[in-house]
Design a protein around this ligand. Structure first.
Ligand code: SF4
Length: 404
């Protein structure tokens, strides 16, 4: 029996956004003040953000900035990140309004775009040329196993993604550090997908985020005055399947936004059947987002989905071999207890999932340290879980601790 309640669609309802004053719409005041950027900009909500625009400027995750050496700081039980996550940046920011996202449009009411938190961390802004210069000095020995460009919803995002990608591949061999594109399907065409491939991208992913069309509409479509459509996301993902080929495309899915475990795992199976992969995130109520009043995904629900997703994605187990209870929760995993015990003890299933790096196919370069939980209650492990972590994971899974 689970000790937590599964939260239904109704209970995971986003709150309504506040009205944005006219002078804060579309980054108007940042553009009007036009403060020229100088070097690295560290997010600071007490000062006006400078006028920074991609492709000259990009934002990068806190973990990537620490790893790159342009910012001080330490991360709990993690020395570096293996993925250089870049984010396009504009004073107007992302024009979509996804309810779980710290970058969403409604936040222009209280924060400049460059100062917004995203997946729980700050994203410093840095000239792209500076990043390329640092990595190009020794790409072979770089801590980064992959680079990823996150497009946002903005009229310039396709063209600027091409420029940023070209700037990278002109100086850094994509065989040494491959590039992933985290796309924005809403404004993309097949030709755009093709162009990312032609310019040297290795993997193309679609941030589907929601596991069902209903959750999608409610959290990032009509329900929150956001422009995205489930069908368009699928269209672009299928173009990517065609253009990039097997194992080179995938979808991001956030677990715990009102869907059932069965919903998510059937989607994971569908992606595997198409030849792609799923990259999972545990829902966390991002501060300032339209879902910041809602509970994080209960750990038992998250662990079951992590484990079952790993079995489907990497161990040839099919969702039809698993059983679910009347609330769609995983009851059995479709393999014998001994095999299941070995997979749990290997710990990889509970690490952050995403595009692979140089270690092995089922270990993600994109480790996003503490992007979906605080270090005190880790959801996705950005490192290899050790004995004490596995003991905790087994308790969360409600599977007795193994006696060696
Ligand atoms: S499109 Fe992406 S960046 Fe923009 S609000 Fe939605 S999730 Fe956030």
């Amino acid at each position: 029996m689970s000790c937590f309640e599964h939260k239904s669609n109704v209970e995971m309802e986003p709150r309504a956004p506040l009205k944005t004053p006219a002078d804060r719409k579309n980054g108007k005041h940042v553009k009007a003040n036009d403060i020229p950027p100088e070097g690295v900009y560290l997010p600071n909500n007490n000062i006006m953000a400078p006028h920074m625009i991609s492709p000259e400027y990009v934002q990068l995750s806190n973990a990537a900035a620490i790893t790159l050496g342009i910012m001080g700081g330490r991360m709990y039980r993690t020395e570096c990140t293996r993925c250089l996550n870049l984010l396009l940046t504009y004073p107007e920011g992302c024009r979509a309004n996804c309810a779980y996202c710290g970058l969403a449009r409604h936040r222009e009411a209280d924060r400049d775009y460059a100062d917004r938190n995203f997946i729980r961390v700050d994203w410093p802004a840095v000239p792209m040329a500076e990043i390329v210069d640092i990595v190009a000095k020794d790409p072979e020995n770089s801590p980064f196993h992959r680079m990823c460009i996150s497009m946002i919803t903005h009229p310039r995002s396709e063209d600027d993604t091409f420029t940023v990608l070209k700037q990278w591949t002109d100086k850094i061999d994509p065989e040494l550090i491959p590039v992933s594109i985290l796309s924005n399907p809403t404004t993309m065409t097949r030709a755009d997908v093709q162009k990312t491939k032609d310019l040297g991208a290795d993997i193309f992913t679609v941030a589907l985020d929601a596991a069902t069309p209903e959750v999608f509409d409610r959290t990032r479509g009509k329900g929150v005055q956001s422009p995205h459509k489930w069908s368009k996301y699928w269209d672009i993902m299928l173009e990517a399947k065609d253009i990039f080929g097997p194992q080179k495309f995938g979808a991001h899915i956030i677990v715990g936004m009102g869907e059932t475990e069965s919903d998510v795992l059937h989607l994971v199976q569908e992606l595997v059947d198409l030849g792609g992969h799923s990259h999972m995130f545990c829902f966390f109520p991002e501060q300032g987002s339209l879902m910041d009043h809602l509970p994080a995904t209960p750990r038992d629900q998250w662990r079951r989905v992590q484990l079952a997703r790993y079995l489907i994605d990497f161990c040839d187990v099919r969702v039809e071999q698993m059983t679910f209870d009347e609330e769609g929760r995983v009851q059995t995993y479709g393999i014998c207890d001994a095999e299941l015990a070995d997979i749990i003890d290997a710990g990889i299933a509970f690490r952050t999932s995403g595009c692979p790096g140089k270690f092995q196919d089922d270990i993600s370069a994109c480790d996003r340290p503490y992007g979906d939980s605080p270090p005190s209650d880790i959801a996705s492990y950005p490192f290899q879980p050790v004995k004490k972590d596995l003991k905790k994971i087994r308790k969360q899974l409600d599977i007795p601790v193994r006696i060696e």
